[in-house]
Ligand binder design. Structure first.
Ligand code: SF4
Length: 265
């Protein structure tokens, strides 16, 4: 790991070349370079998070980020990558973007208009709050499901709407984007990775263009990641059912920048 410090932020570089920028005010973003010179920027929308998912490393909520702080994540990242092109933006960092929607939408429009990033390369990820506000939006929508059983899901993601309601929204939202809605599912050992969970997940009539993202869990307290074979099993069965499905590549684990690991000091 490489570390560089200045007055405004500290930069950490992972062995896999992922870069974490931690701003002194407490927010952070992640630059994820991949093959073919593609660069994804993962932005935070809040400092801390009020949702309190039990499996997430993010600590308690401090405040929403201002529009300027959102833009600062983009502009600082651009400087660090020496103005190489950012090819996609995801709101998958610290915080729940639907709770800071006005500033998030303004930032998405900035990325589209000023940085020339197509809406199809911009993704907002939510646990499923105020989904009706996403009607007619051109960017991608990802919904973190993580458990197909209502009661079990409520225990790990407090205050989310019902899965049946999520499904209704997914059906509506999938018509506005040919790539459909992304359903994210982090596999946690003995918590949501059984055959029963897989069958239940596939028992919902998700629209055919729904795409699933299976995520390897980053251990927290007494929760552990599932075996690799379980991730493969979920992926293969979902594909067999006719959906697109990918296992998300783990990036920046050694600098605590992988999925669900962002935090403030
Ligand atoms: S997973 Fe997302 S919504 Fe849940 S606590 Fe972490 S940052 Fe908040």
């Amino acid at each position: 790991m490489n570390k560089q410090d200045n007055k405004e932020y500290t930069i950490y570089e992972s062995i896999d070349k992922t870069i974490l920028i931690k701003f002194k005010e407490g927010y952070s973003c992640v630059i994820i370079p991949s093959k073919n010179n593609k660069i994804t920027l993962c932005l935070s929308s809040q400092i801390g998070c009020p949702i309190g998912c039990t499996f997430c490393h993010t600590k308690q909520f401090i405040r929403n980020l201002t529009y300027n702080e959102l833009i600062n994540q983009i502009e600082t990242s651009k400087k660090i990558i020496e103005n190489k092109k950012i090819t996609s933006i995801v709101f998958m960092g610290m915080g729940e973007p639907m709770l800071n929607l006005e500033n998030v939408i303004k930032t998405i429009n900035y990325a589209n208009k000023i940085l020339n990033i197509s809406y199809k390369h911009i993704t907002l990820s939510t646990i499923g709050i105020n989904l009706e506000k996403l009607k007619h939006k051109k960017f991608n929508i990802a919904i973190s499901l993580h458990n197909p059983f209502e009661e079990q899901r409520k225990k790990i993601i407090p205050n989310s709407i019902k899965i049946t309601s999520i499904l209704e929204h997914v059906k509506e939202l999938s018509n506005q984007n040919k790539n459909g809605v992304m359903i994210s599912y982090t596999l946690i050992k003995s918590l949501n990775d059984s055959k029963k969970h897989l069958d239940k997940l596939l028992s919902y009539d998700w629209p055919k263009n729904t795409n699933f993202n299976i995520i390897e869990f980053n251990n927290k307290n007494n929760l552990e990641k599932s075996e690799k074979s379980k991730l493969e099993l979920f992926k293969n069965e979902i594909i067999k059912k006719g959906y697109k499905c990918f296992i998300r590549e783990k990036r920046g684990y050694d600098i605590s920048a992988a999925c669900g690991m962002l935090n403030y000091e």
